[in-house]
Design a protein around this ligand. Structure first.
Ligand code: ADP
Ligand code: MG
Length: 202
């Protein structure tokens, strides 16, 4: 049953700004309400080498992050400060290390149908300026690449959420030991996924 599609897992990190703004409960509530099951949680202060490892589990990450930033500038008709995606991505990584090591973060593993995709949907797009209204980033942060680049810092967006199932599997392994992932039954799962919905009526 462990490969059942209703058991997909994803990693969420409430970044230092989320903890400092007392949004831990609010953020957890959003994922919990949609029917996802929390199977691991811990608070840690990550160090620089750990953050670097986390963001480079995907060897293409720097390039993709750089391309995303450049495209966002171009879409607004503005010349991007760095035109080489890898260079731009490397700069983002350095600023991210500073951001992510500045204080405690809360790491969570969520399990449920299409966990990776739905967590990203509820979290919202990377740049809060364009994150949809109703998403966590759209509702609770106000920041943009232009503002963060002006000051040479990472864009503040409260949350990290795995971008794909491969990324999720690697990241979960990095943040949690196997015995920290709790296998348990949640009553709500029966209502969400049980074939017969039996056992309700007396
Ligand atoms: P996401 O967190 O949405 O998956 P990425 O993996 O592309 O986004 O980037 C990781 C994090 O790096 C972002 O959440 C954000 O905090 C920061 N970041 C990404 N791109 C930029 C950028 N161009 N300028 C500043 N910070 C950035
Ligand atoms: Mg990412």
């Amino acid at each position: 049953m462990n490969n059942h599609p209703s058991k997909e897992r994803t990693l969420v990190i409430i970044k230092p700004d989320g903890v400092q703004r007392s949004l831990i409960g609010e953020i957890i509530k959003r994922y919990e309400k949609m029917g996802l099951k929390m199977i691991a949680i811990k608070m840690v202060v990550p160090d620089a080498s750990f953050v670097r490892k986390h963001y480079t589990v995907d060897p293409e990450w720097q390039k993709k992050a750089g391309e995303k930033a450049i495209a966002s500038y171009q879409k607004k008709g503005i010349e991007p400060p760095l035109k080489n995606p890898i260079e731009a991505g490397n700069r983002v990584l350095e600023t991210l290390i500073k951001y992510m090591t500045s204080g405690p973060v809360v790491a969570l593993v969520w399990q449920g149908a299409h966990a990776v995709e739905v967590v990203r949907k509820v979290t919202g797009g990377t740049e809060p300026r364009t994150s949809d209204v109703g998403t966590i980033r759209g509702d609770f942060v106000l920041d943009s690449y232009i503002v963060s680049d002006t000051d040479g810092r990472a864009v503040r967006n409260l949350i990290h959420a795995s971008g794909s199932t491969e990324e999720a599997n690697k990241e979960i392994k990095l943040w949690f030991k196997e015995n920290e992932l709790v296998n348990y039954r949640l009553i709500a799962e029966q209502i969400l996924y049980d074939v017969n919905l039996d056992g309700i009526l007396e």
